[in-house]
Design a protein around this ligand. Structure first.
Ligand code: TRP
Length: 335
């Protein structure tokens, strides 16, 4: 590939604060995989971000490694995507500090996620929770990313990143590429099975609403059997009046490739029981190869170690270039 046809750079991260879910796969990782050839891709485990909420160290370590194995098992080829742990690339923390000094108190105070999380963790509203978006800005700007695939809930943080980058560039010249958020189609937003008004979240949801990538088939079937629907009994797509059913249709459509019309026809005159069972089975089959591959990879710690070491090396190479430029612009004495 020559310089004139350089691929656009894509970057995203997920916090290892809970087990990856069906929502993480359908809403994010599956789309990442589709773009691995067209883009220059960087994906990381946002472990530094995860400690804004207290974590049990042993669980955090296990989940972080599982997340890496699951990225690969979901199809992300480590030769084509740079996969790494955020904490392995020290430039994140360093540029994060700089970003803190260019993010305004007022801006950070307006972040919806900060307001939500501080309401939920009233006993631990720490500084990291407040300055979280400054570290996220560093994650993105270090790599001069063009596109940042995120869910709707993170769009505000990417917008703040753009504002910080523009502010910095305004003072020091063109240091940072201004990134664009890249929001997947609404169809890919998977909601909780227990509460179809809320996103299927890996860390906050109760277990009844969440399907994890490593769940056993019988547990998955049980979750779908209990999924919240409505008291009508028609399988019809209506995301306003029939949120539960529409969410299940979304999942079924994503798992089987069938359109909503086809699904409505398939279940015309049949009850919700049949439909939920079919959705459950489609998800079991969708996740089976991922779970099997991830289990295999987790047994090969040396391989995972090699992947994340190489990933951190490639990432640090790019990150260091940006950090040096920033330090120089700021007036720090060269080492
Ligand atoms: N804040 C994101 C989340 O909560 C995770 C994240 C951290 C991220 N750094 C990032 C996403 C950089 C995209 C780019 O899910």
């Amino acid at each position: 590939m020559n310089e004139t046809t350089v691929k656009k750079r894509m970057l995203s991260g997920i916090k290892p604060s809970g087990d990856l879910t069906l929502g993480s796969y359908l809403g994010a990782i599956r789309n990442w995989k589709e773009r691995e050839d067209a883009f220059d891709c960087y994906y990381f485990m946002a472990d530094l971000h995860s400690i804004t909420v207290r974590q049990n160290p042993a669980d955090l370590r296990r989940r972080s490694l599982e997340q890496l194995a699951q990225y690969i098992a979901c199809g992300l080829d480590p030769e084509k995507n740079v996969l790494f742990f955020q904490s392995h690339v020290h430039q994140h923390a360093e540029l994060g500090w700089v970003m803190n000094c260019y993010a305004m108190f007022g801006e950070l105070s307006r972040m919806t996620q900060f307001k939500d999380k501080s309401a939920k963790n009233a006993e631990n509203i720490n500084g990291g929770l407040f300055t979280y978006p400054a570290l996220m800005a560093a994650d993105i700007l270090l790599y001069q990313a063009d596109l940042v695939p995120v869910g709707e809930d993170q769009k505000q943080h990417v917008e703040l990143t753009r504002d910080i980058a523009k502010r910095f560039n305004g003072v020091y010249g063109d240091v940072f590429k201004i990134p664009e958020p890249y929001i997947p189609k609404v169809g890919a937003r998977i909601m909780s099975l227990a509460n179809p008004e809320a996103k299927m979240s890996k860390s906050e949801d109760e277990d009844a609403g969440r399907v994890c990538l490593m769940d056993r088939p019988e547990d998955i079937m049980r979750l779908f059997k209990r999924a919240v629907t409505d008291c009508d009994s028609v399988v019809r797509y209506d995301p306003v009046e029939k949120k539960g059913i529409s969410n299940l249709m979304n999942i079924y459509s994503a798992a089987t490739g069938r359109s909503f019309e086809q699904i409505e026809a398939e279940f015309a005159g049949r009850g919700y029981g049949d439909f939920k069972k079919a959705v459950g089975e489609s998800v079991v089959e969708l996740l089976r190869p991922i779970r099997e591959e991830a289990t295999k990879l987790l047994a090969d710690k040396a391989y995972l170690q090699k992947v994340c070491e190489e990933g951190a090396q490639k990432a640090a190479y790019v990150a260091e270039k940006t950090l040096r430029k920033v330090y120089k612009k700021l007036g720090f004495v060269a080492r």
